[in-house]
Ligand binder design. Sequence first.
Ligand SMILES: Nc1ncnc2c1ncn2[C@@H]1O[C@H](COP(=O)(O)OP(=O)(O)OP(=O)(O)O)[C@@H](O)[C@H]1O
Ligand SMILES: [Mg+2]
Length: 413
Amino acid sequence: MTDETAAPTAAQEPGQPERPKSVVVLYNQVGEDWYEKLQQFDPSTLPFEPEYPVHVPTVKEEYGEVARALRRSGYRARAVNLENDLRRLERVLKRNRPDVIFNLVEFFHDDASLEAAIAGMYDVYRIAYTGAAPFALSLCQDKGLTKRVLQDHSVPTPRFKVFYEPKLPKRLGLRYPIIVKPVWEDASAGVSRDSVLYDPERLEERVHHIYEEYGAIIIEEFIDGRELHVSVWGNDPPEVLPPVEFDFSELPSEYPPIITYSAKWNPLSEVYHKVHTVCPASLPKRVLKKVEDVAIRAYHATECRDYARLDIRLKGDKPYVLEVNPNPDLTEGVSFMDSAEQAGYSFDEALAHIVELAGERRPAPEPPPEVPGERRPGEDLGLFPTIQTPPADPEPGPPPADTEPGPPGASDT
Ligand SMILES: Nc1ncnc2c1ncn2[C@@H]1O[C@H](COP(=O)(O)OP(=O)(O)OP(=O)(O)O)[C@@H](O)[C@H]1O
Ligand SMILES: [Mg+2]
C-alpha cells in the first residue's frame, strides 16, 4: 500500500492537524492464549448443543483483524504486540512513529493498573491515540470511585458499599437482593451465579471468597430489570448508538439473570450459549431518551473520549448505570460493533471513525508565515510557541521484530 492509496483525506484546514495515514494497533498479549488451545477442542464432545461458535479468534487474530480492517479503509496499519517489552513500545514511540496509535493495551506486566501508564507514555511522546486518557482509564478501573463520581453528577447508579477488608458491619444498610463483586476487576471477573444473594445467609462466605481472590469488595443493590449495553462515541458532541439488550430468558432457572464471566468468555460453558443479545433494544421513545441522557452524562462525568460502553439496567423505566467501560471490546459481533452497525457503520467504517476521532488530537503543524518568504516579527526570537514532538530516532536500526513482511508499510503480527 502506498501513500497514494492511503487514508481518505479531505482538504486540510490551515492550522488543523493532518488527517492520519498510518496507524499502529498496539496490544499486549503475553504467554499462552487460552483461545489458541480452545481451537483444538472438538465441539461435538460438549454435553449440550452450542448456539454460537466454540472456536473464537485468538487475541492475535482479533487485533490482526483490526489492522486488516484499517488497511481496507486505506490506512497504512500494522498490529504490534508489546509482549511486555518496553523496547517494542519505544520503537513505536520513537523510531516508527505512526500518526495514530490504536490503543488496545489493557495491562502491562500482568497489571491492569499500568494500562493508564502506557497511555501516559503516548501522551509524553505526543502521539495521538484512540480512546480514553490515563485519568478515565484509572478511574473506571475502580468501580466504587466511578460510582461516587456518577453520584456527584446525579447519574443514577445502584446503591452500594465498598469494603477494603472482609469485615462486615452488623447492618449492611442495603436492600436485598444484592450482588457482590470485586472493586477493581473488569470483564466480569469474579461475577458468577453465586454473586447474587437474596438474603444474608451466605454473604460472609461470598465476601471472603471475593476478598481472597481479588481484594477489595463492592456490594450493590441488585437491579432486577432489563440490561442494556449502551455505546457512545465521539467528542464534540458525543453520540449514543442504538443500545443492545441482553435476553436471559433461556438461562437455566438456577442461574440469576446476569452476565457472568462464563456467559461472557467461556464458549465451553452452557450459559455462554444461553444469553442472547438484541440490537436495537426495543424501548419506548421516552425510555430511550432517558437512557441516552444518562449515558451521555456518565460519559462526560468519567471523562471518556472517542468511544465507551455504559452497562445500564432499567428499574421500571429508570436507567441505572452499573459501570463505565472506556475502551470497550471492539471485536466484530460484540455489543459496541452491533450498535455501530445498527447506526449504519460497517466494522471497517467504525474502526476508521475511531481513528479519525483520535487523529483530531494530532499536534497541528505550524502555520506558514502569512507572506511567503517574509519572517513574522519576533520569529527570530522564538516568540511563536510550537508544539514540540520528539524527533524521530535518527538511528536506522534493524526492522522491528514485531512486524511481518508484507507490502511496504503494511504489516501485521
Ligand atoms: N447492581 C447490579 N444489578 C444487577 N445486575 C448487576 C449489577 N451489577 C452487576 N450486575 C450484573 O453483573 C454483570 C457484570 O457486572 P459489571 O458490569 O459490574 O462487571 P465487569 O466485570 O466490569 O464487567 P464487564 O467489564 O465485562 O462489563 C453485569 O453485566 C450485570 O449482568
Ligand atoms: Mg460490565
